[in-house]
Design a protein around this ligand. Structure first.
Ligand code: SF4
Length: 483
Protein backbone atom coordinates (compact mmCIF):
# COMPACT_ATOMS: atom_id res chain seq x y z
CA UNK A 1 0.00 0.00 0.00
CA UNK A 2 2.74 2.43 0.97
CA UNK A 3 4.63 1.78 -2.24
CA UNK A 4 1.61 2.48 -4.41
CA UNK A 5 1.04 5.69 -2.47
CA UNK A 6 4.61 6.75 -3.29
CA UNK A 7 4.02 5.91 -6.95
CA UNK A 8 0.77 7.86 -6.94
CA UNK A 9 2.39 10.95 -5.43
CA UNK A 10 5.31 10.66 -7.83
CA UNK A 11 2.92 10.47 -10.81
CA UNK A 12 1.66 13.96 -9.91
CA UNK A 13 5.17 15.45 -9.83
CA UNK A 14 7.61 15.92 -12.69
CA UNK A 15 10.85 14.05 -12.04
CA UNK A 16 14.26 13.81 -13.69
CA UNK A 17 13.52 10.48 -15.38
CA UNK A 18 10.59 12.13 -17.20
CA UNK A 19 13.13 14.13 -19.20
CA UNK A 20 15.08 11.06 -20.27
CA UNK A 21 11.80 9.27 -21.05
CA UNK A 22 10.78 12.23 -23.21
CA UNK A 23 13.90 11.77 -25.36
CA UNK A 24 12.71 8.22 -26.09
CA UNK A 25 9.04 9.02 -26.70
CA UNK A 26 6.74 11.93 -25.74
CA UNK A 27 3.79 9.60 -25.21
CA UNK A 28 5.80 7.62 -22.68
CA UNK A 29 5.78 10.66 -20.37
CA UNK A 30 2.06 11.16 -20.91
CA UNK A 31 1.25 7.50 -20.11
CA UNK A 32 3.63 7.30 -17.16
CA UNK A 33 1.64 10.13 -15.57
CA UNK A 34 -1.86 9.53 -16.88
CA UNK A 35 -2.05 5.90 -18.09
CA UNK A 36 -3.83 3.06 -16.29
CA UNK A 37 -1.08 1.23 -14.34
CA UNK A 38 -3.01 -2.05 -14.77
CA UNK A 39 -2.27 -1.90 -18.51
CA UNK A 40 1.51 -1.65 -18.10
CA UNK A 41 3.52 -4.62 -19.35
CA UNK A 42 5.65 -5.84 -16.40
CA UNK A 43 9.43 -5.58 -16.72
CA UNK A 44 11.08 -8.53 -18.43
CA UNK A 45 13.60 -10.65 -16.52
CA UNK A 46 16.37 -8.89 -18.43
CA UNK A 47 14.99 -5.40 -17.64
CA UNK A 48 14.81 -6.32 -13.95
CA UNK A 49 18.35 -7.64 -14.04
CA UNK A 50 19.59 -4.41 -15.67
CA UNK A 51 17.81 -2.37 -12.96
CA UNK A 52 19.37 -4.51 -10.22
CA UNK A 53 22.81 -4.15 -11.80
CA UNK A 54 22.33 -0.37 -11.93
CA UNK A 55 21.38 -0.22 -8.24
CA UNK A 56 24.31 -2.46 -7.27
CA UNK A 57 26.74 -0.28 -9.23
CA UNK A 58 25.32 2.89 -7.70
CA UNK A 59 25.75 1.43 -4.20
CA UNK A 60 29.30 0.37 -5.01
CA UNK A 61 30.19 3.90 -6.15
CA UNK A 62 28.37 5.67 -3.33
CA UNK A 63 30.03 3.45 -0.71
CA UNK A 64 33.35 5.13 -1.62
CA UNK A 65 32.01 8.46 -0.23
CA UNK A 66 31.23 9.58 3.29
CA UNK A 67 27.51 10.20 2.79
CA UNK A 68 24.52 11.52 4.74
CA UNK A 69 21.17 10.10 3.71
CA UNK A 70 17.82 11.62 4.72
CA UNK A 71 15.62 8.92 6.26
CA UNK A 72 11.90 9.61 6.00
CA UNK A 73 8.67 7.57 5.82
CA UNK A 74 7.94 6.18 2.33
CA UNK A 75 6.07 8.74 0.20
CA UNK A 76 6.60 11.57 2.70
CA UNK A 77 8.69 13.63 0.31
CA UNK A 78 7.94 16.85 2.20
CA UNK A 79 9.75 15.45 5.21
CA UNK A 80 12.56 14.13 2.98
CA UNK A 81 12.97 17.65 1.58
CA UNK A 82 13.04 19.17 5.09
CA UNK A 83 15.76 16.70 6.17
CA UNK A 84 17.75 17.39 2.99
CA UNK A 85 17.59 21.13 3.70
CA UNK A 86 18.86 20.45 7.24
CA UNK A 87 21.88 18.62 5.84
CA UNK A 88 22.48 21.42 3.34
CA UNK A 89 22.38 24.04 6.10
CA UNK A 90 24.82 21.96 8.15
CA UNK A 91 27.14 21.83 5.10
CA UNK A 92 27.79 18.06 5.12
CA UNK A 93 30.18 16.87 2.39
CA UNK A 94 27.87 14.46 0.49
CA UNK A 95 24.11 13.89 0.60
CA UNK A 96 22.87 10.61 -0.87
CA UNK A 97 19.47 10.73 -2.60
CA UNK A 98 18.45 13.99 -1.04
CA UNK A 99 14.94 15.20 -1.86
CA UNK A 100 14.56 18.44 -3.84
CA UNK A 101 11.00 19.75 -4.15
CA UNK A 102 10.30 22.91 -6.14
CA UNK A 103 7.12 24.01 -7.90
CA UNK A 104 5.71 20.59 -8.84
CA UNK A 105 9.17 19.19 -9.63
CA UNK A 106 10.89 16.51 -7.57
CA UNK A 107 14.56 15.53 -7.83
CA UNK A 108 16.36 12.70 -6.07
CA UNK A 109 19.98 13.05 -7.25
CA UNK A 110 22.24 10.14 -6.37
CA UNK A 111 24.74 12.51 -4.78
CA UNK A 112 24.87 16.18 -3.83
CA UNK A 113 28.42 17.28 -3.25
CA UNK A 114 29.40 20.32 -1.21
CA UNK A 115 31.49 22.79 -3.21
CA UNK A 116 33.39 25.68 -1.60
CA UNK A 117 31.77 28.51 -3.53
CA UNK A 118 29.12 30.89 -2.05
CA UNK A 119 25.34 30.49 -2.14
CA UNK A 120 22.31 31.22 0.07
CA UNK A 121 23.81 28.73 2.52
CA UNK A 122 27.00 30.76 3.05
CA UNK A 123 30.47 30.00 1.72
CA UNK A 124 29.47 26.84 -0.09
CA UNK A 125 26.85 25.32 -2.36
CA UNK A 126 25.88 21.85 -3.59
CA UNK A 127 26.33 20.35 -7.00
CA UNK A 128 24.46 17.29 -8.34
CA UNK A 129 26.08 14.02 -9.42
CA UNK A 130 24.19 11.13 -10.95
CA UNK A 131 25.67 7.62 -11.06
CA UNK A 132 24.98 5.56 -14.20
CA UNK A 133 26.06 2.02 -14.92
CA UNK A 134 26.23 2.96 -18.62
CA UNK A 135 29.72 3.47 -20.04
CA UNK A 136 28.64 6.34 -22.31
CA UNK A 137 26.42 9.31 -21.48
CA UNK A 138 23.19 9.85 -23.38
CA UNK A 139 21.32 13.14 -23.73
CA UNK A 140 18.67 11.77 -21.36
CA UNK A 141 21.31 11.32 -18.63
CA UNK A 142 22.56 14.87 -19.16
CA UNK A 143 19.03 16.30 -18.98
CA UNK A 144 18.56 14.58 -15.62
CA UNK A 145 21.64 16.33 -14.24
CA UNK A 146 20.45 19.67 -15.67
CA UNK A 147 17.12 19.06 -13.93
CA UNK A 148 18.85 18.64 -10.55
CA UNK A 149 20.98 21.72 -11.21
CA UNK A 150 17.79 23.71 -11.89
CA UNK A 151 16.20 22.60 -8.62
CA UNK A 152 19.37 23.35 -6.68
CA UNK A 153 19.54 26.81 -8.26
CA UNK A 154 16.02 27.56 -6.97
CA UNK A 155 16.97 26.41 -3.48
CA UNK A 156 20.48 27.81 -3.03
CA UNK A 157 20.41 30.78 -5.42
CA UNK A 158 23.35 29.49 -7.47
CA UNK A 159 23.17 27.17 -10.46
CA UNK A 160 25.82 24.51 -9.85
CA UNK A 161 27.81 22.54 -12.39
CA UNK A 162 26.75 18.89 -12.43
CA UNK A 163 28.43 15.64 -13.37
CA UNK A 164 27.77 12.06 -14.28
CA UNK A 165 29.77 9.19 -12.79
CA UNK A 166 29.81 6.61 -15.58
CA UNK A 167 30.92 3.01 -15.30
CA UNK A 168 34.40 2.45 -16.65
CA UNK A 169 34.37 -0.32 -19.30
CA UNK A 170 35.51 -3.55 -17.62
CA UNK A 171 38.53 -3.78 -19.96
CA UNK A 172 39.84 -0.45 -18.47
CA UNK A 173 38.52 -0.71 -14.89
CA UNK A 174 41.76 -2.10 -13.45
CA UNK A 175 43.80 0.95 -14.46
CA UNK A 176 41.10 3.65 -14.64
CA UNK A 177 39.01 2.76 -11.56
CA UNK A 178 35.36 1.93 -11.02
CA UNK A 179 33.86 5.06 -12.59
CA UNK A 180 34.75 8.01 -14.79
CA UNK A 181 33.47 11.53 -14.15
CA UNK A 182 31.83 13.36 -17.03
CA UNK A 183 30.93 17.03 -16.42
CA UNK A 184 27.54 18.02 -17.85
CA UNK A 185 27.27 21.32 -19.67
CA UNK A 186 24.00 23.12 -18.91
CA UNK A 187 22.13 23.92 -22.13
CA UNK A 188 19.32 26.26 -21.06
CA UNK A 189 17.65 26.38 -24.47
CA UNK A 190 17.30 22.60 -24.81
CA UNK A 191 16.50 22.09 -21.15
CA UNK A 192 13.77 24.74 -20.96
CA UNK A 193 12.08 23.44 -24.09
CA UNK A 194 12.12 19.82 -22.92
CA UNK A 195 10.90 20.74 -19.43
CA UNK A 196 8.00 22.79 -20.82
CA UNK A 197 6.89 19.88 -23.00
CA UNK A 198 7.28 17.38 -20.17
CA UNK A 199 5.17 19.56 -17.86
CA UNK A 200 2.38 19.72 -20.48
CA UNK A 201 2.46 15.93 -21.08
CA UNK A 202 2.42 15.17 -17.35
CA UNK A 203 -0.54 17.54 -16.97
CA UNK A 204 -2.55 15.50 -19.48
CA UNK A 205 -1.76 16.76 -22.98
CA UNK A 206 -2.02 13.47 -24.92
CA UNK A 207 0.17 12.95 -27.99
CA UNK A 208 -0.71 10.25 -30.56
CA UNK A 209 1.38 7.06 -30.54
CA UNK A 210 4.26 6.80 -32.98
CA UNK A 211 5.66 3.35 -33.72
CA UNK A 212 9.43 3.07 -33.26
CA UNK A 213 11.94 0.47 -32.10
CA UNK A 214 11.41 1.84 -28.55
CA UNK A 215 7.88 0.38 -28.54
CA UNK A 216 9.18 -3.21 -28.47
CA UNK A 217 10.50 -3.03 -24.91
CA UNK A 218 8.11 -0.34 -23.66
CA UNK A 219 5.79 -0.90 -20.68
CA UNK A 220 2.97 0.69 -22.68
CA UNK A 221 3.41 -1.57 -25.71
CA UNK A 222 0.03 -3.25 -25.22
CA UNK A 223 -1.73 0.12 -25.07
CA UNK A 224 -0.15 1.82 -28.09
CA UNK A 225 0.64 -0.94 -30.60
CA UNK A 226 -2.92 -2.37 -30.85
CA UNK A 227 -4.14 1.23 -31.29
CA UNK A 228 -1.60 1.84 -34.07
CA UNK A 229 -2.46 -1.42 -35.79
CA UNK A 230 -6.21 -0.78 -35.55
CA UNK A 231 -5.80 2.68 -37.05
CA UNK A 232 -3.35 1.32 -39.71
CA UNK A 233 -1.13 4.21 -38.76
CA UNK A 234 1.46 5.44 -41.19
CA UNK A 235 4.15 5.21 -38.47
CA UNK A 236 4.00 1.42 -38.92
CA UNK A 237 6.05 1.91 -42.11
CA UNK A 238 9.44 0.49 -41.22
CA UNK A 239 12.05 3.20 -40.65
CA UNK A 240 9.78 6.25 -41.17
CA UNK A 241 11.15 9.26 -39.32
CA UNK A 242 9.01 10.99 -36.69
CA UNK A 243 9.43 14.38 -38.38
CA UNK A 244 8.15 12.97 -41.70
CA UNK A 245 5.23 11.24 -39.96
CA UNK A 246 4.29 14.57 -38.32
CA UNK A 247 4.33 16.38 -41.67
CA UNK A 248 2.20 13.64 -43.28
CA UNK A 249 -0.32 13.75 -40.42
CA UNK A 250 -0.59 17.51 -40.78
CA UNK A 251 -1.58 16.95 -44.42
CA UNK A 252 -4.19 14.32 -43.49
CA UNK A 253 -2.08 11.31 -44.58
CA UNK A 254 -2.68 9.09 -41.58
CA UNK A 255 -2.86 5.48 -42.78
CA UNK A 256 -0.57 3.34 -44.89
CA UNK A 257 -3.49 2.94 -47.29
CA UNK A 258 -3.42 6.75 -47.81
CA UNK A 259 0.32 6.52 -48.38
CA UNK A 260 0.05 3.57 -50.81
CA UNK A 261 -1.97 5.74 -53.21
CA UNK A 262 0.72 8.45 -53.47
CA UNK A 263 3.41 8.80 -56.12
CA UNK A 264 7.08 9.45 -55.26
CA UNK A 265 6.64 12.97 -56.69
CA UNK A 266 3.95 13.70 -54.10
CA UNK A 267 6.23 12.58 -51.26
CA UNK A 268 9.48 14.35 -52.12
CA UNK A 269 7.87 17.69 -51.22
CA UNK A 270 8.16 16.69 -47.54
CA UNK A 271 11.30 17.74 -45.70
CA UNK A 272 13.64 14.78 -45.20
CA UNK A 273 12.17 12.69 -48.05
CA UNK A 274 14.38 12.14 -51.12
CA UNK A 275 13.45 10.19 -54.27
CA UNK A 276 14.83 6.85 -53.06
CA UNK A 277 13.19 7.22 -49.65
CA UNK A 278 9.89 8.15 -51.29
CA UNK A 279 9.94 5.01 -53.45
CA UNK A 280 10.79 2.84 -50.45
CA UNK A 281 8.01 4.38 -48.37
CA UNK A 282 5.43 3.77 -51.08
CA UNK A 283 6.60 0.16 -51.57
CA UNK A 284 6.40 -0.34 -47.82
CA UNK A 285 2.91 1.17 -47.70
CA UNK A 286 1.75 -1.04 -50.58
CA UNK A 287 3.18 -4.16 -48.89
CA UNK A 288 1.38 -3.33 -45.62
CA UNK A 289 -1.79 -2.37 -47.45
CA UNK A 290 -2.00 -5.62 -49.45
CA UNK A 291 -0.31 -7.94 -46.92
CA UNK A 292 1.98 -9.09 -49.74
CA UNK A 293 5.74 -8.59 -50.30
CA UNK A 294 6.78 -6.24 -53.11
CA UNK A 295 9.82 -7.43 -55.09
CA UNK A 296 11.38 -4.29 -56.59
CA UNK A 297 14.80 -5.59 -57.73
CA UNK A 298 16.40 -8.97 -58.52
CA UNK A 299 17.23 -10.98 -55.39
CA UNK A 300 21.02 -11.16 -55.39
CA UNK A 301 22.14 -14.42 -53.76
CA UNK A 302 25.01 -16.83 -54.47
CA UNK A 303 24.04 -19.99 -56.35
CA UNK A 304 22.98 -22.76 -53.95
CA UNK A 305 25.73 -25.28 -53.24
CA UNK A 306 25.95 -28.60 -51.40
CA UNK A 307 27.81 -26.95 -48.54
CA UNK A 308 26.28 -23.91 -46.85
CA UNK A 309 26.73 -22.28 -43.47
CA UNK A 310 24.33 -20.16 -41.42
CA UNK A 311 26.06 -18.11 -38.75
CA UNK A 312 25.04 -16.21 -35.62
CA UNK A 313 27.05 -14.64 -32.77
CA UNK A 314 25.92 -14.29 -29.15
CA UNK A 315 27.54 -11.53 -27.13
CA UNK A 316 27.18 -8.95 -24.38
CA UNK A 317 27.82 -5.77 -26.43
CA UNK A 318 28.12 -3.46 -23.40
CA UNK A 319 31.00 -5.62 -22.10
CA UNK A 320 32.58 -6.36 -25.49
CA UNK A 321 32.18 -10.01 -24.55
CA UNK A 322 31.59 -12.61 -27.30
CA UNK A 323 30.58 -15.93 -25.82
CA UNK A 324 29.15 -18.07 -28.62
CA UNK A 325 29.77 -18.49 -32.36
CA UNK A 326 27.00 -20.74 -33.69
CA UNK A 327 26.85 -22.42 -37.10
CA UNK A 328 24.21 -24.44 -38.87
CA UNK A 329 26.10 -26.43 -41.51
CA UNK A 330 24.17 -27.90 -44.42
CA UNK A 331 26.00 -30.68 -46.25
CA UNK A 332 23.58 -31.90 -48.91
CA UNK A 333 20.40 -32.83 -47.00
CA UNK A 334 22.21 -33.07 -43.70
CA UNK A 335 21.94 -30.18 -41.21
CA UNK A 336 24.26 -29.98 -38.20
CA UNK A 337 24.43 -27.38 -35.45
CA UNK A 338 28.05 -26.71 -34.50
CA UNK A 339 29.44 -24.07 -32.18
CA UNK A 340 32.41 -22.61 -30.32
CA UNK A 341 31.76 -21.35 -26.82
CA UNK A 342 33.62 -19.24 -24.24
CA UNK A 343 32.38 -20.72 -20.97
CA UNK A 344 34.02 -17.76 -19.23
CA UNK A 345 34.80 -14.26 -20.64
CA UNK A 346 38.50 -15.08 -20.13
CA UNK A 347 38.18 -17.85 -22.75
CA UNK A 348 37.28 -15.54 -25.64
CA UNK A 349 40.73 -15.72 -27.25
CA UNK A 350 40.62 -19.54 -27.20
CA UNK A 351 37.05 -19.54 -28.55
CA UNK A 352 38.06 -17.17 -31.37
CA UNK A 353 41.00 -19.37 -32.37
CA UNK A 354 38.86 -22.54 -32.31
CA UNK A 355 36.18 -20.80 -34.34
CA UNK A 356 38.67 -19.62 -36.98
CA UNK A 357 40.05 -23.15 -37.35
CA UNK A 358 36.49 -24.46 -37.51
CA UNK A 359 35.16 -22.04 -40.14
CA UNK A 360 38.36 -22.29 -42.20
CA UNK A 361 38.05 -26.08 -42.28
CA UNK A 362 34.44 -26.01 -43.50
CA UNK A 363 34.70 -23.39 -46.32
CA UNK A 364 31.67 -22.22 -48.37
CA UNK A 365 29.32 -19.23 -48.22
CA UNK A 366 28.42 -18.04 -44.74
CA UNK A 367 24.89 -16.60 -44.46
CA UNK A 368 23.97 -14.36 -41.54
CA UNK A 369 21.25 -11.81 -40.75
CA UNK A 370 22.15 -8.16 -40.09
CA UNK A 371 25.42 -6.28 -39.74
CA UNK A 372 26.33 -7.60 -36.31
CA UNK A 373 28.29 -10.72 -37.37
CA UNK A 374 30.62 -8.63 -39.58
CA UNK A 375 31.02 -6.11 -36.74
CA UNK A 376 31.83 -8.93 -34.30
CA UNK A 377 34.53 -10.41 -36.57
CA UNK A 378 36.15 -6.99 -37.02
CA UNK A 379 35.96 -6.35 -33.30
CA UNK A 380 37.55 -9.72 -32.47
CA UNK A 381 40.29 -9.09 -35.06
CA UNK A 382 41.05 -5.67 -33.59
CA UNK A 383 41.34 -7.29 -30.17
CA UNK A 384 43.27 -10.47 -31.06
CA UNK A 385 45.07 -9.40 -34.23
CA UNK A 386 44.39 -9.47 -37.95
CA UNK A 387 44.08 -13.03 -39.25
CA UNK A 388 43.93 -14.26 -42.88
CA UNK A 389 41.24 -16.80 -41.91
CA UNK A 390 39.05 -13.98 -40.54
CA UNK A 391 39.68 -11.83 -43.64
CA UNK A 392 38.67 -14.79 -45.79
CA UNK A 393 35.53 -15.22 -43.68
CA UNK A 394 34.59 -11.56 -44.21
CA UNK A 395 34.73 -12.23 -47.98
CA UNK A 396 32.46 -15.24 -47.60
CA UNK A 397 29.74 -13.50 -45.56
CA UNK A 398 26.31 -12.95 -47.13
CA UNK A 399 24.09 -10.58 -45.13
CA UNK A 400 20.50 -11.63 -45.79
CA UNK A 401 19.04 -8.45 -44.27
CA UNK A 402 21.02 -6.45 -46.83
CA UNK A 403 19.73 -8.74 -49.61
CA UNK A 404 16.16 -8.07 -48.45
CA UNK A 405 16.72 -4.31 -48.20
CA UNK A 406 18.00 -4.22 -51.76
CA UNK A 407 15.30 -6.34 -53.37
CA UNK A 408 12.04 -6.85 -51.52
CA UNK A 409 9.67 -4.93 -49.29
CA UNK A 410 7.86 -6.98 -46.69
CA UNK A 411 4.40 -6.39 -45.17
CA UNK A 412 5.98 -5.92 -41.75
CA UNK A 413 6.63 -3.04 -39.38
CA UNK A 414 10.17 -4.28 -38.65
CA UNK A 415 12.89 -6.16 -40.52
CA UNK A 416 14.79 -7.88 -37.70
CA UNK A 417 15.19 -11.66 -37.84
CA UNK A 418 12.56 -11.80 -35.06
CA UNK A 419 10.12 -10.01 -37.39
CA UNK A 420 10.90 -11.75 -40.66
CA UNK A 421 11.33 -15.44 -39.68
CA UNK A 422 8.00 -15.63 -37.74
CA UNK A 423 6.26 -14.09 -40.75
CA UNK A 424 7.62 -17.08 -42.71
CA UNK A 425 6.18 -19.43 -40.09
CA UNK A 426 9.31 -20.00 -37.99
CA UNK A 427 9.01 -20.19 -34.19
CA UNK A 428 11.77 -20.02 -31.58
CA UNK A 429 11.42 -23.24 -29.62
CA UNK A 430 13.27 -22.71 -26.33
CA UNK A 431 12.64 -20.84 -23.09
CA UNK A 432 15.12 -18.23 -24.35
CA UNK A 433 13.34 -16.13 -26.95
CA UNK A 434 15.45 -12.96 -27.28
CA UNK A 435 19.11 -11.89 -27.37
CA UNK A 436 18.60 -10.14 -24.00
CA UNK A 437 17.42 -13.42 -22.46
CA UNK A 438 20.48 -15.18 -23.87
CA UNK A 439 22.77 -12.62 -22.20
CA UNK A 440 20.90 -13.11 -18.95
CA UNK A 441 21.32 -16.90 -19.22
CA UNK A 442 25.06 -16.36 -19.69
CA UNK A 443 25.26 -14.17 -16.57
CA UNK A 444 23.26 -16.74 -14.60
CA UNK A 445 25.62 -19.50 -15.84
CA UNK A 446 28.62 -17.45 -14.67
CA UNK A 447 26.98 -16.87 -11.28
CA UNK A 448 25.66 -20.38 -10.62
CA UNK A 449 27.60 -22.82 -12.80
CA UNK A 450 24.26 -24.47 -13.66
CA UNK A 451 24.62 -25.94 -17.17
CA UNK A 452 20.90 -25.59 -17.84
CA UNK A 453 21.70 -21.96 -18.68
CA UNK A 454 24.28 -23.01 -21.27
CA UNK A 455 21.77 -25.47 -22.74
CA UNK A 456 19.21 -22.64 -23.04
CA UNK A 457 21.77 -20.43 -24.82
CA UNK A 458 22.59 -23.22 -27.27
CA UNK A 459 18.93 -23.90 -28.07
CA UNK A 460 18.38 -20.18 -28.66
CA UNK A 461 21.41 -19.87 -30.94
CA UNK A 462 20.44 -23.01 -32.85
CA UNK A 463 17.01 -21.43 -33.43
CA UNK A 464 18.67 -18.22 -34.63
CA UNK A 465 20.74 -20.00 -37.27
CA UNK A 466 17.76 -22.17 -38.22
CA UNK A 467 15.66 -18.99 -38.67
CA UNK A 468 18.46 -17.55 -40.84
CA UNK A 469 18.28 -20.67 -43.03
CA UNK A 470 14.50 -20.30 -43.37
CA UNK A 471 14.89 -16.68 -44.55
CA UNK A 472 17.65 -17.62 -47.01
CA UNK A 473 15.60 -20.49 -48.48
CA UNK A 474 12.57 -18.20 -48.91
CA UNK A 475 14.71 -15.56 -50.63
CA UNK A 476 15.98 -18.28 -52.98
CA UNK A 477 12.41 -18.98 -54.09
CA UNK A 478 12.08 -15.30 -55.03
CA UNK A 479 15.32 -15.36 -56.99
CA UNK A 480 14.17 -18.34 -59.02
CA UNK A 481 16.50 -20.80 -57.29
CA UNK A 482 15.24 -23.43 -54.86
CA UNK A 483 16.51 -25.58 -52.03
S1 SF4 B 1 4.60 1.94 -26.78
FE1 SF4 B 1 5.72 3.25 -28.21
S2 SF4 B 1 4.38 5.02 -28.56
FE2 SF4 B 1 3.64 3.98 -26.72
S3 SF4 B 1 4.64 5.03 -25.04
FE3 SF4 B 1 5.89 3.29 -25.54
S4 SF4 B 1 7.45 4.03 -26.97
FE4 SF4 B 1 5.78 5.56 -26.89
Amino acid sequence: MRRSLAAEIMSKLVKATDLSAFKRCDRLVYLNHNGDPALRVPSSAYQKWVQDQGIAFEQQVVSTFDIFEPEYPIADFEQGFALTLDYMRQGVAYIFQGVLLVDGLIGLPDLMQRVDDPSNFGSYHYRPVDVKSATKARIGHELQVMFYATLLESIQGVRPEGSLFLRTPSSEAESAGLFTEMPVEYDAEIFDEVLAQVRALAAGEEPPPFYSSTCKGCHWHDVCVPELEASEDVSLLSGIRRSVWQQLRAQGIRTYHDMAKLSPGELVVYKGVGKITAEKMINQAQALSTGQPVVFAPVDLPEPTDLEIFFDVESVPSEDCFYLMGLLVRRGDDLTFEYDLAEHPGEQAAMWEQFLQHIDRIGGWVYHYGVYERTAINCLMSRFGEDPRALDLLDRLVDLQKVINESVTLPLKGYSLKDVAPWLGFEWSGVTQHADDSMLEYFHWLETGDRTHIDNILVYNKDDVEATRVVRDWLLTLSGGEK
